[in-house]
Design a protein around this ligand. Structure first.
Ligand SMILES: *[C@@H]1O[C@H](CO)[C@@H](O)[C@H](O)[C@H]1NC(C)=O
Ligand SMILES: *[C@@H]1O[C@H](CO)[C@@H](O)[C@H](O)[C@H]1NC(C)=O
Ligand SMILES: *[C@@H]1O[C@H](CO)[C@@H](O)[C@H](O)[C@H]1NC(C)=O
Ligand SMILES: *[C@@H]1O[C@H](CO)[C@@H](O)[C@H](O)[C@H]1NC(C)=O
Ligand SMILES: *[C@@H]1O[C@H](CO)[C@@H](O)[C@H](O)[C@H]1NC(C)=O
Ligand SMILES: *[C@@H]1O[C@H](CO)[C@@H](O)[C@H](O)[C@H]1NC(C)=O
Ligand SMILES: *[C@@H]1O[C@H](CO)[C@@H](O)[C@H](O)[C@H]1NC(C)=O
Length: 851
């Protein structure tokens, strides 16, 4: 590819734009789009807009006789198409243009070729007028019908990612092209048959307004250079509320139907807090964007923000509004995550910054944004915001890691580095989560390896130093090594952060470290060997990830490595000496390593015994990792069932949220495609889990505590208990069902998805017709889960019952009689004393313990 640099000064606006593009086998390049929009929103729902479009173009090669534009579902006005060189129209009068709607192409034929810009500095103007009719099914720009105070209302809004701009206006639909956008909107005056619309939003601020011929004409300042998928337009009668950050003029404006604005208090305060946290983190007061960030709450189900949006964001109202009796705690978690993620993306680089920061590898930007979102959520700490002290990301860290690991094992999964220069919008949907959660998990691993402070300092310094410049992975790695180089001497063989990260970025998947303790010698020898993890035996090949190893031991008085250096291992079998004195060793301290660990039988038994005796002796993050590994290793056939059950047997005493989240995601692994599972075996595991979940189920459902940590934990446990058919949970759902029939009472939103699941599994299908969008979302999601479960059951064979009773559980089937008050765990004080840092998790534990 050629590198083609174009420097040009647009006369039409005061500033100079410098374009630098990797070329572009395209022969025509758009520099500016000027859109004059005249929306018509009728009260009967019939809606369209007229548009006059002027595109400033330059020719990027010789012999351009045909201009090829992308356009779809537009009605081009005859004779409106012109290509102007000054006042001269170059369009071929005998054959002006051809519009092929099915292919989405508009060809304009010229009577003489355009002059190449590099030789002539000549600009041309394409003029097109067209009409666009809108319906709620339209692509790209669509009509939304909603109900406000019993009246039907309509609005227009766009969602142009990844390539829908051609439905909005004719354009050169190449995501690499960036251009300036100038909008002018003609707003009609109130009229009996028209719906009055007083809100128009585009990706630039308003410049002036004037009245003319019954129209209010709004002109906007030219936008910065953006790609088509970063453009947006919104037209409605929405109202707004706004808030401004503490340290900068960053303003967050939420747009929604006027009568519903009260539901946006939460997201507004939350959004402002996240922006404040970002400024605190960055340690400099640089605004995220020039001008306000408009967030439009669209009354329709949409799946999250558009990745590239920066000052005009759209999302479903269910992901922005908080309505106490309707919004479930999971919906609230999702709305928090999504906004934190979007604001992180904006902070990392956007077209509206003072100086533009660009990421060469957008997958990496997505990963960093994902990591920051979890980090910010942790510091937000459910409203008890921590500005001064960094809270460790513990529970969110495990969540993202387990999400990534559940996708990352198949041998067809690509390595992260293979996304290379792929634009974020073009990463295939099935890998979007992987890119975000795996990159974030690897950053977490490195954070724990080199130390939290050092890691964050290096990250922030790097981002701050590259403002207005390019960010590339190579450059990032060099800078990270430079800033963390003093650790270099601590490590046995000189691994640096970049070498560790690179070994994971360039390979897909993750390993399991097999640990064998040779206890027949003094000191004992600990042997470690890594193998690629897979549920399919033939894919378990030797691997070569550079793994930072950290561990803890049971009797740690003389442990040399426990707290100080953590070394890295590669593909070789690695042995070190450590006296275990008959105790266990646990690898992957703090659970932040992106790998699983399998131990020899004796060590597993020692771990099982330790958990049974006093599970709080092992930190909750380590317990969480152990239980998740046990499920995965059993599912993969690498761990015998009796050992797996022995380790998990202590779970009836487990009261930690993060551990139970790990159990739930671990249990799901049993259903992975490729796992040798039978219906009989699955039933046995469900019965086993019933006995384990009973205590925590009872505690949480009896508690009236409404703190969001507890609500989230409760919602997870209720869903899990019902999914393994724990009787009291099913009875509860049945009860809710009867109450709903009798008194039409609203369901507890936190139980709603479980309720719908129960409803489907009972063979019922028609849930009362008039559901809100919050309820609809849960219903769809429950239906999806139910279908997956059925597909799984259909796929696996029936299987034979085992000859031996599998359960050696200490709590067998009398669980329903377990008294609620006496607590089988240590006293509240004991728990508080053991937890060394105040995370949200300890808050949960304390609450539960004191119940
Ligand atoms: C450029 O376009 C020409 C003709 O359309 C094609 O033959 C050529 O392969 C293209 N080059 C690149 C680098 O895409
Ligand atoms: C537009 O009108 C609606 C209702 O008439 C009102 O609630 C809203 O605040 C107005 N919006 C603006 C931007 O003035
Ligand atoms: C921020 O707001 C203050 C007070 O309104 C104003 O003085 C200042 O110029 C603004 N800064 C920017 C960068 O817009
Ligand atoms: C990524 O793309 C660049 C340029 O397109 C290329 O030079 C490089 O080799 C690619 N890297 C990988 C890992 O594919
Ligand atoms: C050191 O790093 C290399 C990879 O560069 C690896 O093969 C080796 O096992 C590592 N660990 C130790 C302790 O030597
Ligand atoms: C890691 O775990 C240890 C105890 O095993 C704990 O003291 C420490 O605070 C944890 N660190 C982080 C970052 O969670
Ligand atoms: C649906 O709900 C709306 C208000 O929420 C109500 O006005 C309407 O009558 C309900 N329709 C039915 C069929 O229940």
């Amino acid at each position: 590819m050629l590198i083609f640099a174009i420097f040009l000064i647009l006369v039409s606006s005061s500033s100079a734009y410098v374009l630098e593009e990797e070329c572009l086998n395209y022969t025509v390049y758009p520099v500016q789009y000027e859109l004059t929009l005249i929306p018509h929103v009728y009260k009967d729902g019939n809606s369209y807009y007229d548009c006059d479009l002027v595109i400033t173009i330059i020719a990027n090669g010789p012999n351009v006789n045909i201009i090829e534009l992308d356009a779809k579902d537009l009605e081009i006005k005859r004779d409106s198409v012109q290509v102007l060189d000054g006042n001269v129209n170059l369009v071929n009068e005998y054959r002006p243009y051809e519009f092929d709607n099915s292919r989405g192409k508009l060809f304009i034929y010229l009577r003489e070729p355009l002059k190449q810009y590099s030789l002539s500095r000549q600009q041309y103007f394409i003029r097109i007028s067209f009409l666009k009719r809108l319906s709620s099914e339209s692509d790209g720009i669509f009509l939304v019908q909603y109900d406000e105070d019993g009246k039907q209302q309509y609005l227009f809004t766009t969602r142009l990612s990844p390539n829908k701009a051609k439905y909005f206006f004719p354009c050169f639909d190449n995501p690499q092209f960036e251009a300036v956008f100038k909008f002018k909107v003609y707003v009609t005056s109130p009229h009996p048959s028209l719906q009055y619309c007083n809100t128009s939003l585009v990706i630039a601020d308003e410049q002036k307004r004037q009245q003319s011929n019954g129209y209010t004409i709004i002109e906007y300042i030219p936008s910065p250079q953006v790609a088509l998928y970063q453009v947006g337009f919104h037209h409605s009668k929405f109202g707004s509320r706004q808030t401004t950050a503490k340290k900068t003029n960053d303003t967050l404006v939420i747009w929604a139907p006027g009568s519903t604005l009260k539901h946006y208090d939460f997201i507004l305060v939350y959004g402002e807090t996240i922006i404040n946290l970002i400024h605190e983190y960055a340690a400099i007061n640089r605004p995220l964007v020039n001008g306000p960030i408009n967030v439009v709450s669209v009354p329709r189900i949409l799946h999250g923000y558009e990745i590239g949006s920066w000052n005009l964001l759209t999302n479903s109202d269910t992901r922005l509004a908080y309505i106490n009796e309707l919004t479930s705690i999971k919906q609230m978690e999702r709305m928090k995550f999504e906004l934190a993620q979007q604001l992180s993306r904006i902070w990392l680089g956007n077209p509206g910054e003072v100086q533009r920061t660009r990421w060469k590898e957008e997958w990496f930007k997505e990963g960093v944004a994902g990591y920051l979102a979890y980090y910010l959520l942790t510091q937000y700490n459910n409203g008890m915001v921590s500005y001064k002290q960094r809270l460790p990301i513990g529970i969110y860290g495990l969540e993202m890691k387990h999400k990534a690991m559940a996708i990352d094992w198949a041998h067809t999964t690509p390595a992260l580095a293979s996304f290379n220069r792929t634009l974020a919008i073009e990463i295939p949907n099935r890998y979007k989560d992987l890119v975000t959660t795996k990159t974030a998990s690897l950053l977490w691993m490195v954070e724990n390896w080199i130390g939290t402070e050092k890691f964050h300092q290096a990250l922030v310094n790097y981002i701050n130093s590259r403002r207005g410049k390019d960010i590339s992975l190579i450059d990032f790695m060099a800078s990270l090594d430079h800033d963390t180089v003093e650790c270099f001497h601590q490590f046995f063989n000189g691994s640096t952060s970049s070498r560790v990260l690179n070994s994971w970025f360039h390979q897909s998947g993750y390993p399991v470290v097999n640990v064998l303790v040779l206890r027949d010698r003094t000191p004992n020898a600990v042997q470690m060997k890594q193998v690629r993890f897979s549920y399919i035996e033939k894919d378990r090949v030797d691997s070569n990830y550079l793994i930072p190893i950290s561990y803890i031991v049971q009797h740690n008085q003389n442990c040399f490595n426990c707290f100080q250096p953590r070394f890295t291992i590669g593909s070789q079998t690695y042995t070190f000496r450590e006296n275990l004195n008959g105790g266990w060793i646990i690898l992957n301290r703090n659970a932040s390593g992106y790998y699983r660990v399998n131990y020899d039988e004796e060590t597993w038994r020692l771990i099982a015994k330790a958990l049974q005796d006093d599970h709080t002796f092992i930190d909750e993050l380590n317990r969480a990792q152990i239980v998740n590994d046990v499920f995965a290793l059993f599912a993969a056939g690498s761990l015998r069932e009796d050992i797996a059950l022995e380790v998990l047997d202590y779970l009836n005493k487990e009261l930690s949220h993060v551990v139970w989240e790990s159990v739930v995601s671990g249990f799901d692994l049993l259903k992975t495609e490729g796992v040798k599972m039978t219906r009989t075996l699955y039933e046995e595991w469900k019965e086993f889990m019933q006995t384990k979940v009973s205590v925590i189920y009872k505690r949480l459902t009896m508690s009236l505590e409404q703190h969001s940590n507890v609500r989230l934990f409760r919602s997870t446990i209720v869903q899990f208990a019902c999914s393994v058919e724990y009787e009291p949970c099913l009875l509860e759902m049945n009860q809710q069902y009867r109450e709903q029939i009798r008194s039409n009472k609203r369901l507890n939103p936190d139980y709603r998805e479980t309720f719908y699941y129960y409803f489907f599994s009972g063979g019922k299908s028609n849930i009362g017709g008039n559901l809100s969008r919050c309820e609809l979302e849960d219903k769809t999601s429950a239906e999806h889960l139910w279908r997956l479960e059925n597909k799984f059951l259909y796929r696996i064979p029936k299987g034979e019952p085992k000859p031996l009773p599998i359960m050696k559980s200490t709590t067998t089937t009398t669980t329903t009689e377990i008294p609620i008050t006496p607590s089988p765990i240590p006293t509240g004080r004991g728990v508080v004393a053991f937890i060394p840092f105040t995370t949200l998790l300890s808050a949960v534990l304390i609450l539960i313990t004191l119940m």
